[in-house]
Design a protein around this ligand. Sequence first.
Ligand code: IMP
Ligand code: MG
Length: 206
Amino acid sequence: MQRGFRSERLLHFAVYATLVAVSAFSPPEVRPLISAERLAERISELATLITREYSGRSLVLLCILKGSFVFAADLARSIALPVRVEFLGVRSYGDDTKSSGVVQITQDLTRPVDGDDILIVEDIVDTGLTLSYLREQLRSRNPASIKVAALLHKPARMQREVEIDFLGFTIDDVFVVGYGLDYAERYRNLPFLGVLDPASLPAHEK
Ligand code: IMP
Ligand code: MG
């Protein structure tokens, strides 16, 4: 009886531990860098600044797909203004950890933005090539203003000087995944940001 009770409790514990492990999905090849809690805290600070800056104006949050979808969703919900949301699909990477330098628009805006205040929402500014290209492209659509909110900045790899008006975090020259950012389309659903070591991936996944 006693033994049965104990093994039942052990089984419950094993199920519980598995559930915790699944909900806090954390692959071994990703080293945690910025926790979900720290991300939420910083995004709420950025949203306060953005709310203050754009009060009484016609703000369009321009989410750059795909990497910014998580950041944009959290940022949008913390901004206390009636914002519009648009998406721009951009490809600047192959399935690699190095910038190709080639920017391709894969999905365009659904409405004109002339006279609007555009806030470009970017996941990460690395070489700066994507952002400087986007600024050029958007200027020709006659918005009232263009500013940039970027979650991350990797100054070490900067090739093009770009201004970031609202910045989450500055990071070292490491390849990060999670919170929307991918490696070969994977890891976007990690709730935190981590450093991926491609050398630690199995050969068939590199
Ligand atoms: P840039 O044109 O070099 O500034 O690169 C911008 C884009 O490259 C970002 O929007 C990301 O999609 C991707 N990127 C750059 N660095 C990383 C990284 O460390 N992890 C994942 N994606 C990255
Ligand atoms: Mg990407």
